[in-house]
Design a protein around this ligand. Structure first.
Ligand code: T46
Length: 154
């Protein structure tokens, strides 16, 4: 696998140099042989941050709504390891909609992006690679506070 997956972001080893409010679909390479497919991702090598945490969402009811927050410093990449779901992102001015349904095609979400996740298929599994360990203090859980914070940046 090469560094093209995350393109220009890989140039910025220092997180403060990476853009905020940035969302980007990524497609990981696939190593195929008759036994099946293999996809690998190594922190700092194939994603623009060292992976500090991995978590996954499963047994998600199809009508569940997750997210509804943004992060101050955390960067993440979301994958649909199984099934599918929708992610709506909002940088404070532009909203975008993404459908994840292929384990190789993920979504990079920088810091300072509001996200909402819904429309889960039966049996969907969401895997998340995160740049930091869990810290409740890193969340904007109030949309008004998020908007104030991003408007102060610009
Ligand atoms: C995101 C989406 C995809 C922990 O204790 N450790 C953790 O690492 C996480 C992620 C959560 N928690 C606790 C905090 C809450 O008591 O688990 C509970 C549910 O967390 P939350 O409401 O944040 O879950 P989601 O699915 O709405 O959001 C999570 C991430 O927080 C978020 O960054 O992008 O998954």
């Amino acid at each position: 696998m090469d560094k093209k997956v995350f393109g220009d972001l890989m140039r910025f080893a220092n997180k403060d140099e990476r853009p905020t409010g940035h969302v980007m679909p990524v497609e990981l390479p696939r190593i195929h042989d008759p036994r099946g497919d293999l996809t690998v991702i190594e922190g700092g090598e194939h994603v623009p941050f060292d992976i500090a945490r991995v978590y996954f969402l499963y047994n998600v009811p199809v009508d569940s709504e997750r997210g509804g927050h943004a992060h101050k410093e955390l960067e993440q990449v979301l994958f649909a390891l199984s099934g599918s779901f929708r992610v709506i992102t909002d940088d404070g001015s532009v909203k975008q909609e993404f459908w994840l349904r292929d384990p190789r095609r993920g979504l990079y979400i920088s810091r300072r992006v509001w996200r909402e996740i819904d429309s889960f298929s039966q049996g969907a599994v969401v895997m998340v690679l995160a740049s930091m360990r869990y810290d409740e203090g890193d969340y904007f859980r109030d949309y008004g506070q998020f908007l104030s914070a991003v408007s102060n940046l610009s």
